[in-house]
Design a protein. Structure first.
Length: 194
């Protein structure tokens, strides 16, 4: 059992017969006779719907163990993504709706952490920054300000906006949360991708 004041992102628990994963949680201590409250953003592990709820801080919740595994992405297969455990070579199919919109940014060999509850994948954790190669974009325009952006197509076919100085063949860093350009990878780092 855990109290609501101890809820943290990534935890899982049972509440009113449903299993939830904590997306975010914020504890607000009470004053005087008012008890503290935890505001939590939750994801139902069966329906995948999000729910925001406030719990009294002393409320006891039945926690569910969350197991994390480092897996390697192999290939997409219809509505699933196939991953492999590099330790025992066991393959796992995870539905694309659990992987989320970042599924199209996955390259074979990419390593991610996957959270499991009761042997079922419930969440895929991506790195803070993705490095991707630009397949096609308009040539750089040096007269333009660097603050203007242009469309560019990544190797996986996804279109994003990049600064004017980025050219085809460049490796860029992308923030997976916002899908926005962060920076261009320096020339010495590009050699690793070649």
């Amino acid at each position: 059992m855990t109290t609501a004041s101890q809820l943290r992102a990534g935890m899982a628990f049972k509440y009113e017969g449903q299993d939830y994963r904590v997306v975010s949680a914020e504890y607000h201590p009470g004053q005087g006779k008012m008890g503290g409250v935890t505001h939590a953003r939750l994801q139902n592990l069966i329906t995948r719907t999000l729910w925001e709820h406030s719990f009294r801080s002393e409320l006891k919740l039945e926690d569910i163990p969350v197991e994390k595994q480092a897996l390697e992405f192999l290939y997409p297969d219809g509505g699933h993504c196939v991953f492999m455990n590099p330790q025992n070579y066991e393959q796992t199919e995870i539905p694309k709706d659990i992987v989320g919109p970042l599924a199209e940014f996955m390259d074979p060999g990419m390593k991610v952490s996957v959270e499991f509850v009761d042997g079922r994948a419930v969440n895929v954790l991506f790195p803070d920054i993705l490095e991707l190669k630009i397949a096609d974009t308009a040539p750089p325009i040096h007269q333009q300000q660097d603050s203007t952006f242009k469309p560019a197509k990544l190797e996986n076919g996804v279109e994003i906006m990049v600064p004017q100085f980025v050219k085809a063949g460049d490796i860029i860093r992308l923030d997976p949360q916002t899908l926005k350009y962060v920076e261009r990878v320096k020339a010495d780092a590009k050699a690793k991708h070649a």
